[in-house]
Design a protein around this ligand. Sequence first.
Ligand code: SF4
Length: 359
Amino acid sequence: MIADNLLTPNTPLRQPKLWMPEQVLFTPAAIAEPWGQQILARVQSLNLPIEELPRNRLTGLRGESERDTYDIAKRTLAVVTAPPSSFKLSPIPPSADWQFHLAEGCPAHCQYCYLAGSLQGPPVIRVFANLPQILENLAAYEKPGKPTTFEVSCYTDPLGIEHLTGSLAECIRYFGTRNDAHLRWVSKFDAVDELLNLPHNGHTRCRISVNAAPVSGRFEGGTASVPSRLMALRRLAPPPERGGGGYPVGLVIAPIMHIDDWEMHYGRLFDQISEALDFDCDLTFELISHRFTPGSKEVLQTWYPHSKLDMDEDKRSVKRNKFGGTKYVYDNDTMKTMKRFFEGEIGRRFPNAKILYWT
Ligand code: SF4
């Protein structure tokens, strides 16, 4: 349920959730970049402790245990330059044609985090000071005549660090100038004020990730609340003449978990979504069921040793990919039942919305 009718148009806005790092590190290469200087001005204006490193390497971030290392890393923003390897893009089906990165690492503390096992080393939030070069590189991947889609939230939550970087707004402005390229981002944060008046030209789809209350309440530390995220979407979607951002928008419901009373809890989530988006808009849904790999489970258990997250392999089916990797997913019958429920709710409540995929 939405507390105190939070989503009515007359409700005063809450302060958005803003992560403030305890230390900000700059490499010499990052500080030499004009975009690095822009980030420096932002963190100086927030009075955050800044250190200029002697070399282009991050060191001294390990604690006495893995959990200490996690704590230090998650309180650290490092401004670095993206390595040459990141200029060779990878495809990212089914979300988009290509992925690129404005940062790696995320300030939130989701106990099922998708980044566990994908990024190496301590989970420091590294933001890239050579953003103009990163954007310039994308044109080579466009195909004229058909919009090519680019996902920018595979390795970070771009809105969660936007007050410190301004990089998401820069991406949105850039894609607004392209004829054949569209941007997609997703977040569990809610500070969208700076995005509302950008010249996006309808080329950016803003998505918010949401979940049922028992999942978001128990497992999504450090994020904005689900009602606040939905309020953010309610502001991004309406056209500018109605005070909104005029963006195409989307909801990513992930990870969908087969918890006790799941139909009731996800039904309530749909009530909240219906209340937040009680107007016509260009809306998509992406539906992702919970899964884990042996590697992600191992990392998550060191980051969150007391987590109640269900990662019991015996209750799951094994899915193998073409590279021999293993992941644990819900069994076929459970998947089918949940898929039917989600598609039914969306079809009934949002007949004009498009479901992009269930996985
Ligand atoms: S918001 Fe996404 S990237 Fe950040 S901690 Fe949560 S799952 Fe991980």
